[in-house]
Design a protein around this ligand. Sequence first.
Ligand code: FAD
Ligand code: NAI
Length: 469
Amino acid sequence: MAERYDVIVIGSGPGGYVCAIKAAQLGLKVAVVEKMKTYGGTCLNIGCIPSKALLHASERFEEVGHLEKLGVKVGSVSLDLPAMLAHKDATVKSNVDGVAFLFKKNKITGYTGSGRIDAPGKVTVTREDGSSETIEGSSIVIATGSDSAPLPGVHVDEQRVVSSTGALALPKVPGKLVVVGAGVIGLELGSVWRRVGADVTVVEFLDRILPGMDGEVAKQTQRLLEKQGIKFRLGTKVTAVDVTGKTSKVTIEPAKAGEAAAETLDADIVLVAIGRRPYTEGLGLEGVGVALDERKRVKVDAHYQTNVSGIYAIGDVIAGPMLAHKAEDEGVALAEILAGQAGHVNYGAIPAVVYTSPEVASVGKTEEELKAAGIEYKVGKFPFSANGRARAMLATDGFVKILSDKTTDRVLGGHIVGTGAGEMIHEIVVLMEFAGSAEDLGRTTHAHPTMSEAVKEAALAAWTKPIHL
Ligand code: FAD
Ligand code: NAI
């Protein structure tokens, strides 16, 4: 007889593994089906974690060269790329092992193999050797995530034309790296390789970088990255990559047809980072009648249930930002719902962080979104150049921007470019969770001297006046 569970989760990324742990903590009998050899999904194996390991290591490598300004003389600095990659691999291993440990601790049964939904309540797991077994569960959770979107006409071989996965494991520093897409992956991995010596050009279809982020923040970020040596070709598209020669030839054209003629860029490596698409291959969704939306994402209701009773979906495979913490929080909310509780995610207060140097962090509405919605708002801005701690740390690049409702003073959005932005953003996230005002934030005591005082000053600027500007 097939093994029976309360919940079968397909996919062990941040959505799936967190949902599984929470459901087990709430007393449900849980199985997880994962086709990779390790748990943790894109994020832990080939996404968030390895990229942050390389971002940290490469940032330290570059930083050493600038320590003289602080009176610290360092001898000659050299790169040991294999050691840097080994640090990344060790970081991944400790994280994925951590998930396996948590599964054991929470008595979650793991199945290694590809999961396919045969019918509501029935999942067949097919192992690499072709053998299979069927398991049964009252609820099935689709948490199969996403994979990188292809660029029409360009073949990703993961050697010379790579996705983020290949770009996390280049065996040597490319002389010239052409990045297609000025989104989060392009800027993060472009930064990694520039810091260790690559000449980086980012080709972006739109006339701005980081679409979706506040426009002023994106402009400032572009300026700072250009100062570091990254070149941008905005309003430009890649139409072909020729890999027949020793150096690849990347054909670019203006995004708008009818403008100047095509050009070619030389590249040792081309990184294609033009977005990610939901991954539902081999899941058997058509057979069971699970509906997808116009972008091939699994359609769910407010309780993450698909149109088929007992089949749910969370994370990158459904609508919303493709972020690990969004997937995790959906995992928790769904586990609570399955256990008969009231699970909920506040989609208005999900932070987003780009881990460049300096970092870029954002929560809530951008100015563009507020304008489009016709909401009257106040802007409070404070530059890190006016912050004492930032001066002491030579970290004066960037600013904090708080957007608040003109009438009620409620904070509607927060945007930070600056060292540590990804940590600082969370006080604005918490404030927004509690529907706080710019005055609330401006009256909250912040330790001195900290970078976070700039957040308080920006709130003061939105509510009344900053002190130090
Ligand atoms: P995934 O993590 O994609 O996990 C899905 C899992 O399902 C995979 O393990 C897959 O093997 C498995 N699977 C798929 N189909 C089947 C099947 N039929 N049977 C069994 N298993 C199956 N987000 C952030 O918030 N912060 C970051 O810093 C960040 N950095 C990133 C860097 C890179 C380079 C990339 C590519 C992504 C990054 N992301 C980041 C995005 C983040 O990785 C995703 O949002 C997150 O992993 C989504 O989680 P998920 O659980 O929905 O899916
Ligand atoms: P993205 O959506 O962030 O950026 C893709 C960029 O490519 C956009 O600027 C888009 O305009 C551009 N583009 C699209 N087609 C193009 C073309 N043909 N030619 C040139 N440019 C083109 O996608 P990205 O960077 O691939 O990341 C995928 C997802 O992974 C994102 O949704 C992000 O949320 C997640 N991620 C999150 C990270 C974080 O939170 N720090 C880090 C890395 C990824």
